[in-house]
Design a protein around this ligand. Sequence first.
Ligand code: FES
Length: 163
Amino acid sequence: MQASPHVRNLKNNYTLMKRTEFLNTLGIGLAAACTGCLASCGKGGEATPGGGAVIPPPVPPAGVNFTLDLNTELKTVGESKTNSGVIVVRLAASNVPASFTAVQVACTHEGTSIAFNTNQGNFVCPNHGSVFNSTGAVTTGPATTNLKKYNIAVSGTTLTVTG
Ligand code: FES
């Protein structure tokens, strides 16, 4: 036989009271416990809302060294290419280093791959909306750490990325 709604409410109130009393015995008020959780939620490497698994911020790739052939790759402004955890974008037409940018592709918040927004000239993370300028600096959170920027050299039509 199922309990009446009144009896279920009494049971729920009793359970809630016991949890509150338990927190009080630890010297932690319910409001303080929730405030602490909310303050830590949403930053990379910390607890997620609801107490889920901790997602560490990604470690940017190191020892990167690859080349791209500009005869066949990154031919148009706004075009991007991802290699070795680095996204390389052509920002201007001429084949000089200043016409390109190369940054880690993993968002510094929780590691989702960012994408280049040609119209805005910036990188956007589709997960929680962080925005980084073309050199990888954070302009909109929740990310708080800049993307790692890599070195670019151009020799003829060979672009080399290192870092
Ligand atoms: S993973 Fe959260 S903003 Fe990119």
